[in-house]
Design a protein around this ligand. Sequence first.
Ligand code: TXA
Ligand code: MG
Length: 338
Amino acid sequence: MDPPDRPTRVLPIDPEHPDARTIALASEVIRRGGMVAFPTETVYGLGANALDEESVRGIFTAKGRPEQNPLIVHIAGRSMILQVVKQWPPAAERLAEKFWPGPLTLVVNMSDAIPLVVTGGGPTVGVRWPTHPVAEALIRGAGVPLAAPSANRSAEVSPTRAEHVVKSLGGRIDLILDGGPTRNGIESTVLNLTCDPPVLLRPGPVSISDLEHVIGPVSRRSGPPRSGALPSPGLLPRHYAPRTPIRLISSRDEVFERTKMAIADGERVGVMAFGEVEGLPGECVAMPVDPGGYAATLYAALHDLDARGLDRILIESPPDTDEWLAVRDRLGRAASSI
Ligand code: TXA
Ligand code: MG
């Protein structure tokens, strides 16, 4: 069912030094049970009071999100950790010391204060302390932890700019804080600490080797999701997909050939290739050659190409190495037809 139309305000905010009055206004929206989209260092989040069931339900309605998909709870400050978790294992403490605030989500057993709607009905909660000044100021201003998925409709590409949020959720949420483009550009690493060894549920800006340096062996999740509460909906094959069909191509020569052939068939083709794109046919986007730079611009490139009404998008695959794991994960899902 579609939620009733509501006016969505967009307020610009300085990403480094957020204006106190704007934060106070946004905090009030949260305390009254509303929804605020805000920048984090990864992607824009859609925040509501994580301790209030009704507020959190609003997120599921606005996004059209299946209710068994758990939400990440965003905190700022150590005292909030104990509000949302039942136990805080030593491994969580060591990781938090090293990577928080930052782009790492830790899945641990949840406290009774968290309504089940947040966790998709399960006993665990994903917790993250973001490092973006606007996100931190908003959480502190609201005085409550924020349940916040990425601020896009379910199964759409995550937003890295406020305009992506407007396009996807305008008329469905109360307020968007426009703090400019986000830095990392892909969602946080998600690590399940309730099993031994811990399991990587979603690769992200904090790499497996970063994690293993701190806590020892981490296993990569494999196999199909169990029924019931999904281990991580970010692992559903088609989770980050644009509308335009996408295909990953392993070599540059093949990108060239396939693009030429499709154009000869009368198609309009978008191309994402590394570095120099001169000489390539099609509507090309030049992507950075380093994994961090690539991740930072990936979703903006997909949003841009998807909006052009192309017949297909061909993407030159990144190398099959660990440093490209998080980017390859997102590209694989974007290209999945399931
Ligand atoms: O960077 C991010 O993580 C962004 C920003 C806004 O913080 N948020 C984000 O949220 O990407 P979302 O809802 O789009 O993705 C959350 C991921 C999903 O794959 C979800 O399954 C997983 O985290 N997750 C959350 N709680 C979980 C739990 N209790 N157990 C297993 N997975 C969980
Ligand atoms: Mg998401």
